[in-house]
Write a protein that binds this ligand. Structure first.
Ligand code: HEC
Length: 122
């Protein structure tokens, strides 16, 4: 009786052991994959971008993208943001002429948020 009940239990445990031992690894792998997915696919936050734009850019580019500073381009024009986000990110970080460099002032993520906001102006 005892052996007959013990044997199926032991068989069951040994059959399940690889699955049970694998489970924490799987959970870790899954958490890692989900974490990567979340960080890489995190969409730009235009709302945060609007706040940052008011704070850092509107002084020259105007609240709605129409420039206050004559030398600044009109960012509300359809033609203004034809370049892709990565090219514009590099531009905003590096600056040019009267346009200050924002590297070290805004994180890449924050500049991308601002660009997402700018793309809502048109
Ligand atoms: C001190 C004034 C000033 C501030 C502040 C400023 N800009 Fe500019 N920006 C300029 C000027 C001037 C130019 C034109 C530069 C040139 O072409 O020589 C420009 C150009 C641009 C362009 C056009 C790039 C292209 O494709 O030609 C973008 C986009 C831009 N700025 C975004 C921003 C963003 C985003 C911020 C805030 C994070 C910002 N600017 C802050 C003055 C400013």
């Amino acid at each position: 009786m005892i052996t007959r009940r013990a044997v199926p239990g032991a068989v069951l445990r040994s059959a399940l052991r690889p699955a049970l031992q694998g489970a924490p690894g799987c959970a870790r792998g899954l958490a890692l994959a989900l974490g990567l997915l979340c960080t890489t696919s995190h969409a730009a936050d235009a709302g945060n971008g609007a706040r940052l734009y008011r704070q850092h850019c509107a002084g020259c580019h105007g609240a709605d993208g129409r420039p206050v500073l004559p030398a600044a381009p009109d960012l509300s024009r359809p033609m203004a943001l034809m370049r892709g986000d990565l090219a514009l990110l590099a531009f905003v970080k590096g600056g040019r002429g009267a346009m200050p460099a924002f590297a070290g002032v805004l994180k890449d993520r924050e500049v991308l948020d601002v660009l997402a906001h700018l793309r809502t102006l048109r």
